[in-house]
Each structure stands twice: as structure tokens, then as C-alpha cells.
Ligand binder design. Structure first.
Ligand SMILES: C[S@@+](CC[C@H](N)C(=O)[O-])C[C@H]1O[C@@H](n2cnc3c(N)ncnc32)[C@H](O)[C@@H]1O
Length: 229
């Protein structure tokens, strides 16, 4: 029989089937997937803290839901009147997630509030549409120009004062730096410059999550601050 501890442990990480689907897609698509495993329940909870505030109904955008490790947690905290749009570039992930939403009990109460789009965030048009963005995009895998563009897309999609919550693996840019070739060093420097500037100006909260592989930091930024008169 399982001890209560092993039971908890089992429930804390992504289900095996989901992990297998995720790993299958990572092979050959590492630059867009950017992770070796789906996010842990602890990371998912930490990123969803943004939604657990006193608020009116929100239009929420999740970017890069993958197999749904964070989507599941968002579904738990969705409120009446909220909408969740999840945009995923990888068709297999999107199909998997749509199936989960239609069939899993975790989504029973909120499935009519959720839509999954297949496509690139960069192609999602709109101006001041979302009250909150939760992103799983692996920014540290992209070229500097793309990171810059993604921040500008976030900015135009978000309403004034809207929070953007995303995670990056803890100290990953600095840890990788000494071991990679010059071209990769240049790319990492460019990404750091862009991301660090956004963090310096717009970060409102940061929280480390050790219980994830690898450990991560969840950052919340308000890219379009409401300026007081
Ligand atoms: C690091 S994984 C995160 C998956 C999931 N959110 C999690 O935390 O386990 C990044 C996800 O972003 C997706 N992705 C990468 N680039 C994208 C883009 N430009 N637009 C939408 N999704 C993208 C990948 O296919 C992948 O599912």
C-alpha cells in the first residue's frame, strides 16, 4: 500500500501519460518547447497566484500551454464570467489539451469558458484584449529579436494595468553561459539585455519555485502600468 507521502508525491507531478506525450514532442522541437518536462503542480500554483485576487471577470490568455500542466491549475481558479484562451504553436499539444478539456473532471465546471487555438502568439491580433497573460514561452531559447517582438505583442494584447506572469528556469542564462560557443553566448547576452530591462522597469513580483525540474522563478510584470495623474 502507498504511504500518504508517496500518494502525495505521485499527485504532485505531471501524470505519466502527459509526461510521455511531452517528451515525445520535445525531441526535435526543443527550440520551441524549451523544457524537458511539463511544469510541476507547485510551479503551476505559483504562476496562478496572479488570478487569485479580488477582481471582476477577466479575459485570460495562456501562451504555450503544452500538455496543460498550468491550464489545469488555471481551470481550478477560473471564476464565473472569466474566459481563458490558450494559444499553442504545436498542433499535437493543442489536440491533446482539447481532448483533456472535454474529458477530464478537472475541467468539468469550466470547459465552456476555455478555448484552445493552434498558432503562434505573434499572429494573434488584437489591442488591449486581455486582463491577464500567463506565459510558458521559453524566452531563453529564442533569438533576441524574437524576444523583443514577443514583449511588444504582449504589450499590445494587454489592457492597462494587466499582469503578465511567466517563468524561467532559475539562473539558467548565467549557468549556461560559460559552457556554450561564442554565437550562443552572443544570443544569451542579447536575450538577457532585453529581458533584464523589462524586469527592471516592470516587474512587480518574483517568486522562486524549487519544486520543479529544473527549479524556476515566476515573474509578474505589468507592462502597461496605469499612470497616476
Ligand atoms: C516550456 S513549454 C511550457 C509548456 C507548459 N506551459 C508547461 O508549463 O508545462 C513551452 C510551450 O510553448 C509553446 N510555444 C513555443 N513558441 C510558441 C509561440 N510562438 N506561440 C505559441 N506557443 C508557443 C511550445 O510548443 C510549448 O508547448
Amino acid at each position: 500500500m502507498n504511504s500518504p507521502l508517496s500518494k502525495n508525491k505521485k499527485a504532485s507531478w505531471a501524470p505519466l501519460k502527459e509526461t510521455r506525450s511531452f517528451i515525445k514532442e520535445v525531441v526535435g522541437r526543443f527550440s520551441t518547447t524549451g523544457a524537458i518536462l511539463p511544469s510541476s503542480k507547485y510551479l503551476a500554483r505559483a504562476i496562478c497566484a496572479t488570478l487569485r485576487v479580488e477582481r471582476a471577470p477577466w479575459n485570460i490568455l495562456e501562451v504555450g500551454p503544452g500538455t496543460g500542466a498550468i491550464t489545469r491549475e488555471i481551470a481550478k481558479v477560473l471564476r464565473l464570467g472569466d474566459t481563458l484562451t490558450a494559444i499553442e504553436i504545436n498542433e499535437s499539444f493543442a489536440e491533446h489539451l482539447r481532448h483533456e478539456i472535454q474529458t477530464k473532471k478537472e475541467y468539468a465546471k469550466t470547459k465552456d469558458q476555455i478555448q484552445v487555438l493552434v498558432g503562434k502568439l505573434e499572429d494573434l491580433g488584437g489591442n488591449a484584449v486581455y486582463d491577464c497573460i500567463i506565459s510558458g514561452l521559453p524566452m531563453n531559447n529564442f533569438e533576441g529579436e524574437i524576444v523583443k517582438h514577443i514583449f511588444s505583442v504582449f504589450r499590445s494584447l494587454m489592457k492597462p494595468g494587466a499582469p503578465l506572469s511567466y517563468y524561467e528556469y532559475f539562473a539558467i542564462r548565467n549557468l549556461k553561459y560559460p559552457f556554450v560557443p561564442q554565437t550562443e553566448k552572443k544570443r544569451l547576452r542579447e536575450v538577457s539585455e532585453i529581458v533584464d530591462e523589462e524586469i527592471k522597469k516592470y516587474q512587480v513580483r518574483a517568486r522562486k519555485v524549487w519544486m520543479n525540474v529544473p527549479p524556476a522563478v515566476v515573474r509578474t510584470l505589468v507592462l502597461n502600468p496605469i499612470l497616476s495623474k
